[in-house]
Write a protein that binds this ligand. Structure first.
Ligand SMILES: [Zn+2]
Length: 91
């Protein structure tokens, strides 16, 4: 399990601005989170399309990011996410 703070710190460390965590099952558009450095690494959820979550980007949070990560059960998905986030092996 990862915490919201871990994601925030990692995003700053890796200078991340967008995390596409999957593509829409219906239309194939990317679905993900934008990270805005101003003023303080805010998170915006962007569904990319209107199929499942509504079409407008909406304010989100690092808690949401952590929750999305922690609820995944597919090892395949988890491996892909870990590849993106490049966690240190020390955890
Ligand atoms: Zn779609």
């Amino acid at each position: 399990m990862k915490t919201a703070e871990q994601f925030r710190e990692q995003a700053i460390k890796l200078n991340l601005h967008y995390w596409e965590h999957h593509t829409c099952a219906i239309c194939g558009e990317p679905v993900g989170y934008y990270f805005f450095t101003c003023p303080n690494y805010e998170v915006i959820f962007d569904s990319g399309c209107g199929c499942s979550f509504g079409s407008n980007p909406r304010p989100s949070s690092w808690e949401d990011v952590a929750e999305f990560y922690n609820m995944q059960t597919s090892l395949d998905v988890i491996n892909k996410m870990d590849e993106f986030w490049k966690w240190e092996e020390t955890e």
